[in-house]
Design a binder for this molecule. Structure first.
Ligand SMILES: Nc1ncnc2c1ncn2[C@@H]1O[C@H](COP(=O)(O)OP(=O)(O)OP(=O)(O)O)[C@@H](O)[C@H]1O
Length: 209
């Protein structure tokens, strides 16, 4: 059985007088890698926010693990979905303190593998003293990479990746995309204008056409 992990069923969204999404359908199964493509403002980011309950559709229905997503089920979905966006929360303190805090939450308990953390920091081009730096002092691309590393360490059923390579140089874009795409059993929904994600086995799904 390969049932849907995430299902957008006839989703429409209207803000005021504006139709942002109209009858959007998408079935995502375990191991799928999907690249959402569409013009700016087509509603791609909004689609990724919906399973987390950060955005709401006007009509249609959304299912996670065959359960209708609503105010009651969204909490369970949040525990099982990695939503990685280009904007990381502001944090006052060192990178290490930030990481410690995120992994102290009960649902992330026991997931901080320091060996893997060090390996990922090196793979994504960090000097090891980045852990002692103030998170606020990191560049946009450095914050992006820390967010990516934390999402990988936490590990979830599905990754919703919203422009996670936008601030990286071309070598790092390639490394990040390869890292995710090489993990064949991971389920990925990607928004990106970077062509590093346009690889074999990545299904392009148009939004807003
Ligand atoms: N809370 C809101 N209130 C009103 N309009 C909104 C709200 N959130 C998003 N929108 C509008 O909905 C549309 C879709 O936004 P969204 O960020 O999903 O687009 P996108 O396809 O991801 O665009 P881009 O490629 O530029 O990031 C935009 O026109 C945006 O201005």
């Amino acid at each position: 059985m390969n049932s849907e992990l995430l299902k957008y069923n006839d989703i429409s969204l209207r803000y005021g007088e504006k139709d942002v999404l109209s009858h959007f359908n998408l079935d995502i199964k375990k191991g799928d890698r999907i690249l959402l493509k569409g013009r700016s403002g087509a509603g791609k980011s909004t689609l990724l926010k919906m399973p987390m309950g950060f955005a709401h559709h006007t009509s249609g229905s959304l299912y996670f693990n065959n359960k209708l997503l609503d105010a009651n089920t969204v909490w369970d979905a949040r525990k099982r979905i990695a939503y990685v966006s280009q904007d990381l929360d502001i944090y006052e303190g060192s990178v290490n303190e930030f990481i410690e805090e995120v992994f102290s939450y009960s649902f992330n308990e026991g997931k901080l593998d320091r060996t893997k953390l060090r390996r990922l920091l090196v793979y994504l081009g960090f000097e090891k003293d980045v852990l002692d730096m103030d998170f606020e002092d990191l560049s946009g691309g450095e914050k992006q990479r820390i967010g990516i590393i934390m999402s990988v360490l936490i590990g979830k059923d599905i990754y919703l990746l919203d422009e996670i390579t936008s601030s990286l140089d071309s070598a790092l874009k390639e490394k990040v995309a390869n890292y995710f795409l090489e993990r064949k059993d991971w389920t990925l929904v990607i928004i990106s204008h970077d062509d590093v994600w346009e690889k074999e086995n990545v299904r392009v799904v148009p939004v807003g056409v």
